[in-house]
Write a protein that binds this ligand. Structure first.
Ligand SMILES: Nc1nc2c(c(=O)[nH]1)N[C@H]1C(S)=C(S)[C@@H](COP(=O)(O)O)O[C@H]1N2
Ligand SMILES: [Mo]
Length: 164
């Protein structure tokens, strides 16, 4: 192989596998005290039942978010609030943003059959992938009076069972 051809090949390989790793895909990881840890892409989330919630931002503009009920994601990971919740009401779920912002939820408030409210992990805003300071994923809480719990740039849901 000529030096030029080798150089070209090296260049192509290093572009495809920057630093030896395949190109990063945005994923939501469900970690901690779960039966099945999950790593979900936007495409994976699009296969779940979708829920739309509109949210008015601090700047006054409204965005319609499309996402998946966090309860459905937790169910896939093996975390559920049964009819007689018992220990399930001592499960916390922390949504972690890439900027270090964290929001804690209890499994009870995440379960629509208990709280009467839906909390979603959004993967689209007005039908488009979420921008850099909002995505890849955002928690959207239906009915909150302030948006402090609507964590942006979420890549992880950490599950903690307080009673083992
Ligand atoms: N990752 C991350 N999410 C966050 C915050 C933050 O600092 N970091 N601030 C919260 C607060 S206090 C508010 S009021 C809303 C602001 O969202 P908006 O820009 O869509 O209005 O984002 C929430 N989500
Ligand atoms: Mo806020």
């Amino acid at each position: 192989m000529s030096r030029a051809a080798f150089g070209l090949l090296l260049c192509i390989c290093s572009t495809a596998f920057a630093g030896g790793r395949p190109q990063a895909v945005d994923t939501l990881s469900v970690t901690g005290d779960v039966d099945t840890p999950l790593h979900l892409t936007r495409d994976d989330l699009a296969k779940y039942d979708s829920v739309k919630i509109s949210l008015t931002g601090k700047d006054g503009t409204s965005t319609t978010y499309t996402g998946v009920s966090v309860a459905d994601i937790l169910k896939k990971a093996g975390v559920v609030a049964s009819e007689h919740p018992g220990k399930a009401m001592a499960v916390s779920v922390t949504a972690v943003g890439t900027d270090g912002y964290e929001v804690v939820f209890g499994l009870g408030e995440l379960t629509p059959a208990i709280s009467g409210r839906t909390i979603i992990l959004a993967y689209l805003g007005d039908g488009k992938p979420l921008g850099a300071n909002v995505g890849p994923f955002r928690i959207v809480v239906d009915g909150d009076k302030m948006q402090a719990r609507c964590a942006r740039m979420v890549t992880e849901l950490q599950v903690t069972k307080l009673r083992k």
